[in-house]
Design a binder for this molecule. Structure first.
Ligand code: ZN
Length: 236
């Protein structure tokens, strides 16, 4: 195996690892999950808001309903008293007057309670609908989380075995070149070598100056120049 072949094999192994890592870090499922979690955050806030809006309405309803009860009790007392009354005409008239006024108050309280109850029911069913709508999204979130976990761990396994193969290939590269390669890779990532494709370094995609292109073409078989832009070893 020539040095160029060994370098190329190492470069390809590193590029492959890089592709798998990119795949692991940019899963379409991860993107979907991020979007879904954004939506869920908004919907959870909407549910909480709707619930907290209904709490004071419920408290008001309790008060009005208690008032309506008190009025109802008083009305029954008055009606009983009037029915059994042996009081004088003036007392009867006063009781009659209170009964009329209290009946009007009772009707008002009943109406108010009913209106509140209707509003509460409306809000409750709104909250219920929000909760129902959110359920399939929560299920989808769980599904995505477990899919992502599975995909990630299988891609991690793949990367681990590719690294073993890569290290084997690295052993075929002479030490001085391996050190140059590793330095370039540590600095710019992906791989420490690149090739010239249609006048450009395919590592950084920057075009080489005509003079550099010429130099690269006329190199000795076992000497390699670095890309003037990214510093990767240029392999023919
Ligand atoms: Zn380059």
């Amino acid at each position: 195996m020539t040095d160029a072949e060994a370098l190329r094999a190492l470069m390809e192994a590193d590029r492959w690892i890089d592709r798998v890592i990119a795949q692991r870090d940019h899963l379409p499922e991860s993107e979907e999950l991020a979007n879904l979690e954004g939506q869920l955050r908004i919907e959870v806030v909407a549910i909480r808001d709707a619930e907290s809006a209904v709490a004071p309405m419920r408290a008001t309803y309790e008060e009005v309903a208690a008032r309506a009860d008190r009025i109802q009790r008083r009305r029954r007392e008055l009606e009983t008293a009037l029915a059994a009354s042996t009081s004088g005409a003036r007392d009867l008239a006063a009781m009659q007057h209170e009964l009329e006024s209290i009946s009007a108050q009772g009707a008002e309280a009943d109406e108010e309670a009913l209106e509140l109850l209707e509003s509460i029911e409306e809000r409750d069913s709104f909250v219920e609908r929000l909760r129902r709508d959110i359920k399939p999204k929560l299920a989808r979130r769980e599904e995505l989380r477990s899919t992502i976990e599975q995909l990630r761990s299988s891609l991690d396994e793949e990367v681990a075995s590719l690294r073993v193969a890569r290290d084997e290939r690295a052993r075929d590269v002479p030490e001085n070149l391996r050190i140059r390669y590793q330095r370039a890779m540590d600095r710019v990532g992906t791989s420490g070598a690149a090739q010239i494709v249609t006048g450009r370094c395919d590592g950084c995609r920057i075009a080489l100056a005509p003079l550099d292109l010429d130099r690269a073409k006329n190199q000795d078989e076992d000497s390699f120049m670095d890309c003037p832009s990214c510093g990767r070893i240029l392999v023919p």
